[in-house]
Design a protein around this ligand. Structure first.
Ligand code: MN3
Length: 205
């Protein structure tokens, strides 16, 4: 069977649709340049490995495994980030559905969750992410901090939502003020989509 490569999916909204929270220019560069480069990189690593295997040649296994994980996770995390947002006029202010209930149960209230998630995001050292996860073993929600794109990711903690706090995500709009970007992010969270994702995870063992 023919194997496939990774592809950059188009956004489900227009580039200017997340304004004023994320500008058109910021979103274009982030999606079309930064995200595209992770897709290109992971695909060229795959091609390089395929070629080396065909020719019976070695490659730098350590560096390649590291670069593969970095670029592949970079691609996957950006997909979570894009679909987890929606134009502000279509966004509900607070979580909805079963996720809303679960957040209340595990964190006490949405405000408490929002505060913890914002703190986790704002304290990522260097470049990285904050993500909400659901542990299929303990049935608990959890907030994780991911450094770069691939450090601290825990297998079996599937992601529910993620925020990109690399500087490339907000520098044009907020300069070095990451927490302003995090505050703005809450206006464009796709709570309905995120609740659907949460419900799908309920059936995973
Ligand atoms: Mn990014």
């Amino acid at each position: 069977m023919a194997k496939e490569y990774y592809e950059l999916s188009p956004l489900k909204y227009d580039y200017a649709d997340l304004e004023p929270y994320i500008s058109e220019e910021q979103l274009r560069i982030h999606h079309d340049k930064h995200h595209q480069s992770y897709v290109n990189n992971v695909n060229s690593i795959l091609q390089m490995m395929e070629m080396a295997r065909k020719e019976g040649k070695d490659f730098d296994y350590k560096a390649t495994a590291k670069a593969f994980s970095f670029n592949m996770a970079g691609h996957v995390l950006h997909d979570y980030f894009w679909w987890g947002m929606i134009p502000a006029e279509k966004a509900s202010e607070e979580p909805v559905g079963e996720l809303a209930e679960a957040l209340k149960e595990d964190f006490g209230s949405f405000d408490r969750f929002r505060k913890e998630f914002s703190e986790v995001a704002s304290t990522v050292e260097g470049s990285g992410w904050a993500a909400l996860t659901f542990c299929t073993d303990t049935r608990r929600l959890g907030i994780v901090q991911i450094e770069k794109h691939n450090v601290n990711l825990v297998p079996d903690f599937p992601l529910i939502m993620a925020i990109d706090v690399w500087e490339h995500a907000y520098y044009l709009d907020y300069k070095n003020e990451r927490s302003k970007f995090i505050d703005a992010f809450w206006n464009i969270v796709n709570w309905e989509g995120i609740d659907k994702r949460y419900q799908q995870l309920q059936n995973m063992k």
